[in-house]
Design a protein around this ligand. Structure first.
Ligand code: IPE
Ligand code: IPE
Ligand code: MG
Ligand code: MG
Length: 335
């Protein structure tokens, strides 16, 4: 029953967010092709998980959902911008079931489409200054958080790329990297909602902790699905982390806990962009033998528990239950 309610609420929140997204990145803007490229992933869908966090965190602290829509949209725009650039960085040609932006329009236009969406993030937040729906000091607080989060994402993405060429990466280094590239944005998504909703400092902190640990678990699951999911359902390439040489938690564990033969198999494909599908499949089998996927799944589950514990400071409510259910849903997802 709880999961049915969540899926209805996710749909409803996505609908509200899409209306405003379609306004701010309108099909009527010119020149058309740069807006087509910028809108490509927005139209392709996606879970809209981050704006959901924003809207529900606003509600959690007693705010009105309508008042959080411009920041929720800003967060999804920021996410979309990072996805466009991420696919260039990761040489991934599929996203949300369609060709990625650079695969369709080329790298120069994809870079520009990303930059355009990044500016739209600010345009969206600055709408508050025209509608007077939010005190200027809160607008600045939201802009500050979004700015600092973008810096963190860039730092995390830089570490992600840098780790590809490094020998041994520790779990601590991995968690620092995903904390910056992924969990920081989930944290900001929740906090920006709590800020515009008028939450207290301690409420903003608690919901931020909840979203941060949810974000760490979320990225571990993303890495697992990147090896084990059905590519069609996932909508993005499976096995490409191996070819790119990504140091996921799974890979770190597998390399540390493999015998000579398994290690040889893994290293023959890790970072080898020419590895065939068959070789990639052999590596996925080798990784499974080290129990790295079980290990990583377990870590994600523990982080999910840690996240939910951060919510204990909020009194019981329907929206609190919904956020806890949302955390479970993200960890259990299959795509
Ligand atoms: C993908 O995020 C990037 C990661 C941080 C793992 P999502 O899995 O939320 O992607 P969409 O928005 O649903 O496509
Ligand atoms: C996630 O990157 C973080 C950002 C996009 C900033 P990944 O490279 O791990 O995510 P996917 O698997 O391509 O969506
Ligand atoms: Mg990627
Ligand atoms: Mg990446």
């Amino acid at each position: 029953l709880a999961s049915q309610l969540l899926s209805e609420q996710l749909k409803e929140s996505a609908k509200q967010v899409n209306v405003l997204l379609n306004k701010i990145v309108s099909v009527d803007l010119e020149p058309p092709f740069i807006y087509q490229a910028s809108r490509h992933l927005i139209d392709a869908g996606g879970k809209r998980a981050r704006p959901f966090l924003t809207l529900k965190s606003c509600e959690l602290v007693g705010g009105k959902i309508e008042d959080a829509l411009p920041v929720a949209v800003a967060i999804e725009l920021l996410h979309t911008f990072t996805l466009i650039h991420d696919d260039i960085m990761d040489s991934d040609t599929k996203r949300r079931g369609l060709p990625s932006v650079h695969a369709k329009w080329g790298i120069p236009i994809a870079i520009t489409a990303g930059d355009l969406l990044f500016a739209k993030v600010y345009e969206s937040v600055l709408q508050y200054t025209k509608t007077n729906k939010l005190e200027p000091v809160k607008v600045l607080e939201a802009l500050d958080l979004i700015t600092q989060t973008t810096i963190a994402i860039c730092e995390g993405q830089a570490l992600d790329v840098m780790f590809e060429d490094m020998e041994a990466i520790s779990e601590d280094e991995y968690f620092k990297m995903i904390g910056k590239k992924t969990a920081s944005l989930l944290k900001a998504s929740a906090q920006v909602g709590a800020i515009v909703g008028g939450g207290s400092e301690s409420q903003i902190k608690s919901v931020g902790d909840f979203a941060f640990y949810t974000g760490l678990a979320f990225q571990i699951i993303d890495d697992i699905l990147g090896l084990t999911a059905d590519e069609k359902a996932l909508g993005k390439p499976v096995g490409s982390d191996i070819r790119e040489g990504k140091r996921t938690l799974i890979m770190i564990y597998a390399l540390k806990n493999s015998n000579k033969d398994l290690k040889k198999q893994i290293l023959s494909t890790l970072g080898n962009s020419d590895a065939s599908l068959k070789e990639i499949q052999a590596t996925i089998e080798a990784v499974k033998k080290t129990r790295a996927i079980k290990y990583s799944m377990n870590k994600a589950k523990n982080l999910s528990v840690k996240a939910k514990r951060a919510m204990s400071t909020f009194p019981a409510s329907q929206v609190k239950d919904l956020l806890l259910e949302f955390n479970d849903h993200l960890v259990k997802r299959k795509h």
